[in-house]
Design a protein around this ligand. Structure first.
Ligand code: NAD
Length: 245
């Protein structure tokens, strides 16, 4: 199958690149059946996420918070990596310096085989005690919510909630990857959650070729060198087919 001129151009840049960075958001997991926040059928249609998914919201009503969060976790436990996650895992094997910087908490990049993954917002499967810091990983549905630590305090997920700071070390590494890459992809993100949304702009400012893949237009679209409009899985599969030709 012949590729579009845009895909051919992206592949030309990829084949010349020494270093590639990819920012992913909830949209890359939409084809795995995980709800996004914004956009059509996004979770904001149903929940006031910006109030609920804050430290204040969680501490004020841990039962309500955890009912919502456990519903998300169960969706993620059931989900499988889709062709977009698999294509990025394949690309990591082809390019020596290839990094995925994800805003997602679903671990689908790792389950697809990606090793170089920076999780900006933590993950849904590690939980820790809000009093003594005891941590555990669980990939099973929780028997009851909220989960309690043996010490009696409520536990919380190791995710960055709204109004919380990102892990500085992880963000610094993501920033460094964005600044030094030759090609930067922004995939399935509405590009409005900061500071993650700075990364594509920082990459572009430092000379990277900026590619956006999204079903809709975003505030980033006008800054991108090329916008590949459509579903991440379908587009990345075409990119891979063309690379391997
Ligand atoms: P978002 O929900 O704000 O935006 C999703 C974007 O993906 C939209 O621009 C939409 O047009 C696009 N999109 C939807 N389906 C697509 C597809 N098949 N292919 C390509 N693009 C598609 O997500 P965000 O920008 O990641 O920011 C919201 C925050 O929500 C993030 O911080 C993330 O931590 C969290 N979140 C994570 C998950 C997850 O882990 N899967 C799910 C929901 C929300």
């Amino acid at each position: 199958m012949s590729a579009s001129p845009e895909i051919e151009e992206v592949v030309r840049h990829l084949l010349r690149a020494k270093s590639i960075a990819v920012l992913t958001g909830a949209g890359i997991s939409a084809e795995s059946g995980i709800s996004t926040f914004r956009g059509k059928d996004g979770l904001w249609e149903k929940y006031d996420v910006e109030k609920l998914a804050t430290p204040r919201g969680m501490y004020a009503n841990p039962v309500y918070f955890w009912e919502w969060f456990e519903e998300r976790r169960r969706e993620m436990i059931k989900a499988k990596p889709n062709p977009a996650h698999l294509a990025l895992a394949e690309m990591e094997k082809m390019f020596p310096d290839f990094w995925v910087i994800t805003q997602n908490i679903d671990r689908l990049h790792q389950r697809a085989g990606s090793k170089h993954v920076l999780e900006l917002h933590g993950n849904a499967f590690t939980i820790y005690c809000t009093r003594d810091g005891y941590r555990m990983e669980t990939y099973e549905p929780l028997p009851a919510v909220p989960p309690f630590c043996a010490c009696g305090a409520v536990m919380r997920p190791d995710v960055v909630l709204f109004e919380e700071m990102l892990n500085e070390e992880i963000f610094a590494k993501a920033f460094e990857k964005a600044r030094s890459c030759d090609v930067f992809f922004s995939i399935g993100t509405s590009a409005v959650v900061y500071p993650a949304a700075y990364l594509p702009l920082e990459a572009k400012r430092n000379g990277a070729y900026l590619v956006e893949i999204n079903t809709d237009e975003t505030p980033l679209s006008r800054h991108a060198d090329v916008v590949l409009s459509g579903k991440a899985g379908e587009i990345l599969q075409k990119v891979m087919e063309h690379i391997q030709k």
